[in-house]
Design a protein around this ligand. Structure first.
Ligand code: CDP
Length: 211
């Protein structure tokens, strides 16, 4: 495992942070580098959010019935799914149901990188490596705006920025597992870093931690 943490248990790397901070890309690259599984836990909340708000399903029942096979749906990538996700994510019983799924996923050897909001604080408080990825709201909104345009979708920067601020506020101010860095997390500000720079900074933190 990462440069030699020999715990005998599957290893978990927790990557948390607000929307469009770059945590997903970083988590994917770390998983590929260390040969670990990867789970974008936001997709779980997106899937529950869509089922609840589009199909009128009870959010707790939707969370209890969710499987990894449900995460491939392209509609989960839309911004409307992200807004729906942050609305069901405030419900403690939804979070509890999804916690079991996340723990089972990471229990498969050799372990996993999970990215989300509460991986290092609540889902895996004992993870040996925790990274909290952050960036200014403007830098994050600009990235999201460009991504949407590259997907051929209409996007207005000021609207993206406002939606992002609303969602950040909902995630930070909720009582159940609010978005915040774990006390022992490495804070990685990506406002002025590209993908490669963020990856290199995370690697050097992990390698230093493992020495
Ligand atoms: O990709 P982006 O960062 O924009 O969003 P996401 O990671 O897919 O998460 C969508 C929403 O799900 C977040 O705004 C949170 O409200 C919720 N979420 C959560 O509460 N806990 C997680 N571990 C992951 C996502």
């Amino acid at each position: 495992m990462p440069g030699g943490i020999e715990t005998g248990e599957p290893v978990v790397i927790a990557v948390d942070g607000p929307a469009a901070s770059g945590k997903g890309t970083l988590a994917r690259r770390l998983a590929a580098h260390y040969g670990l599984h990867h789970l974008d836990t936001g997709l779980l909340y997106r899937a529950v959010g869509l089922r609840a708000l589009r199909e009128g399903m009870d959010p707790v029942a939707a969370a209890e019935a969710l499987t990894l096979a449900d995460l491939a749906e392209p509609a989960l990538r839309a911004d409307s799914a992200a807004q729906a996700a942050s609305k069901v994510a405030v419900i403690p019983a939804v979070r509890e149901a999804l916690r079991g799924l996340q723990r089972r996923f990471a229990g498969e050897p050799p372990g996993a990188v999970l990215d989300g909001r509460d991986i290092g604080t609540v889902v895996f408080p004992d993870a040996p490596i925790k990274i909290y990825v952050d960036a200014t709201p403007e830098a994050r909104a600009q990235r999201r705006h460009e991504e949407l345009r590259e997907m051929g979708l209409a996007s207005i920067y000021s609207r993206v920025l406002q939606d992002m601020k609303d969602r950040d506020a909902r995630d930070r101010d909720r009582r159940a597992s609010p978005l915040k860095p774990a006390e022992d997390a490495f804070i990685l500000d990506t406002s002025d870093l590209d993908e490669e720079g963020a990856f290199r900074a995370a690697l050097s933190f992990i390698e230093q931690r493992n020495r």
